[in-house]
Ligand binder design. Sequence first.
Ligand SMILES: Cc1cc2nc3c(=O)[nH]c(=O)nc-3n(C[C@H](O)[C@H](O)[C@H](O)COP(=O)(O)O)c2cc1C
Length: 178
Amino acid sequence: MKVEGYWLASGILGVTGSVMQRVRDAGADAIVTKSIGWIPRKGHSGPVLTTSHGGLLNAVGLTNPGIDMFESEVVALKEAGVSVVLSIFGSSVEEVTKVAEKGISYGPDAIELNLSCPHAEIAQIAHNPELTFEYVSAVKDVVNCKVFAKLTPNASDYVSVGKAAERQEPMPLWLSIL
Ligand SMILES: Cc1cc2nc3c(=O)[nH]c(=O)nc-3n(C[C@H](O)[C@H](O)[C@H](O)COP(=O)(O)O)c2cc1C
């Protein structure tokens, strides 16, 4: 897949194969899916959006159908020739590894590891270099594609966190305000 270009960020429309194809048709070079976990998850009860300081703040709560149910969406996208980055998360190293193993079998071009959703149980991972290394290396051990670590600038020492993510071998890093 081409790493350069316009990518749809995770969680923005990236839930069904047909909507993601429309985003590609509108010009996106690659689509990052909504973050998918091991089991279905409802997320927070509404309202999940509010205005703040002239902008908007959201806290969706990682709503997703679970990795088993997401197979058809990834397969539909690949059949339509879309570059797909499957975003995944897990509340433990073991759980995220299971999600990665299952997810890679659907044929995405790359995996993005959500390590920092600020209002969920995974919030602290990308604040801690050792934990970040454990998650990244466990996932890299079970997949044969590019892995993007999605970090957070809210970490007090995000340079150390980024270096820990790269420790296994140099890899692309995705720093995001979640
Ligand atoms: C409604 C909504 C849902 C999101 N869901 C996810 C998600 O599931 N996983 C993730 O890694 N990021 C998620 N994000 C964060 C975005 O991918 C992105 O990192 C964030 O919006 C910052 O980029 P921006 O400044 O261009 O908005 C979500 C953002 C929004 C607004």
